[in-house]
Write a protein of this length. Structure first.
Length: 444
């Protein structure tokens, strides 16, 4: 999952097959990869638009939106047709493509102990004409701002990772009569009704599991989801949650007993039973010196072992003032002193090493966002419609999977930046440029 950064040498390059000729073949490998989806098109123009767009996402363009991509690979007259295709062109094969894409992720990354992860990704936007735009919390900015909010589901396991599906969140005001014309202009389907981000996440989890493509043991999420009791209760049975929670989340260290306090001799006599002991915040547990920090090795990262300080203990959930189930509390302290809190309903007798593993399975969805935004133009789109947003994200997913398959092709020894630079060099079909790229990347 986490690719090791090798100590490059000519011998290492030979062992993984990196040379000018094999890199040159990546252009043909992309053609083969895109051919996998050709049953999704009813017309040749659809195929041309989609394949051009995905190649543009993989290219070295500074801005990977419709116009620059169309201009790079076709004449100026191709811009408008691609804009119309992305915006509102009927395309019955879009759902088929998503399904085929998920099947292909499964063939690369499936793991019986894998994790489905839900997370949000927000996109700051100016103006008010793009679908779903509103003043709302923007995670990337850390404040309330004009933005679009997406809910994503990803998969991670020992063999790989990837994003599987997404939904654009429409704030409740978008369903008022005031926004009726805007919804029509943005092409929001009539059957779309208001759903919270957590409801969208639950829907996608159930759809992915119902597809039967993925084996999974875990469901992971950040505190925006797992701090919500309704969301936790909505998760399908048979899977273990590993979710972040807020520092203020209350729990009990031991299951409380309930008793009516004795009369203190003044004021009203107590009539209601109260819990003993009282619940405490998870932050209080992290600061409790009676539970010591343990230094553990979580994984092998790009720069060596990933070490962490953790506190792990069993606690009782606080649910609307009442004790709930007994769960694991997993507290991790980062090198900068920041502390993250997570809970899990995994069995009490689970090996602690499995909890460590679940903790790192939460990372790849954030890694996927970083890779897709840094290298594949995930946040470069300039379209305003419902269709264009979802199609752009699907094509980014497909481009991202291609980079993973390239890394697999070279025995998982390439980093994401190295894979992308080799792909772009291959597009030139120029052996001398490819050789220079290899030298630049791997010569120390």
């Amino acid at each position: 999952m986490m690719l090791h950064e090798p100590d490059w040498s000519p011998q290492m390059l030979a062992e993984i097959g990196v040379n000018a000729e094999t890199v040159q073949q990546l252009d043909a490998f992309l053609e083969e990869y895109l051919a996998y989806y050709r049953g999704c098109y009813q017309r040749s123009e659809q195929r041309r638009h989609v394949e051009t767009y995905i190649k543009g996402l993989l290219s070295d363009l500074d801005c990977k939106s419709i116009e620059p991509i169309a201009l790079r690979y076709h004449e100026e007259k191709a811009v408008r047709p691609m804009q119309l295709f992305m915006k509102n062109s009927p395309w019955r094969g879009q759902e088929q493509m998503r399904c085929m894409y998920q099947q292909r992720v499964s063939s690369v990354a499936n793991d019986p102990n894998g994790m489905l992860t839900v997370d949000g990704s927000d996109y700051p936007k100016k103006g008010s004409h793009s679908v779903g735009v509103a003043r709302q919390h923007c995670g990337i900015l850390g404040k309330t701002e004009n933005c679009q909010a997406g809910v994503f589901i990803g998969y991670s396991g020992s063999q790989g990772y990837g994003l599987l599906d997404c939904r654009l969140y429409l704030p409740q005001k978008w369903f008022t009569e005031e926004y009726r014309d805007t919804r029509i202009r943005c092409g929001v389907p009539d059957n779309v009704v208001f759903a919270t981000k957590n409801q969208l996440a639950t829907e996608m989890i159930n759809l992915v599991l119902a597809s039967g493509h993925f084996q999974a043991r875990w469901i992971g999420c950040d505190s925006a989801f797992s701090s919500d009791q309704k969301f936790r209760d909505s998760l399908p049975p048979g899977y273990w949650l590993f979710g972040d929670i807020h520092a203020t989340q209350l729990v009990w260290r031991t299951r409380p007993e309930w008793a009516t306090p004795e009369y203190a001799g003044w004021g009203r006599r107590p009539k209601k039973p109260v819990p003993s002991p009282a619940p405490v915040s998870v932050e209080t547990i992290a600061n409790d010196d009676s539970l010591s920090w343990q230094t553990v090795r979580l994984a092998e990262g790009a720069k060596g072992p990933i070490m962490a300080k953790v506190k792990i203990c069993r606690v009782v959930e606080y649910r609307d003032g009442q004790p709930g189930d007994e769960v694991w509390l997993y507290v991790r302290k980062y090198e900068n002193g920041r502390i993250k809190y997570s809970i899990s309903n995994a069995p009490a007798d689970i090996p602690i090493e499995e909890l460590h593993r679940a903790a790192i399975l939460r990372w790849p969805i954030e890694q996927s966002f970083e890779e897709c935004k840094s290298f594949l133009g995930m946040d470069h789109y300039e379209a305003r419609s419902w269709n264009a947003w979802h199609r752009h994200m699907l094509f980014v997913f497909i481009a991202h999977l291609f980079t993973l398959e390239v890394r697999v092709r070279f025995k998982r020894k390439l980093t994401m930046p190295q894979a992308c630079r080799l792909i772009r060099a291959a597009f030139t079909r120029d052996l001398s440029r490819i050789r220079k790229t290899i030298d630049d990347l791997f010569t120390t």
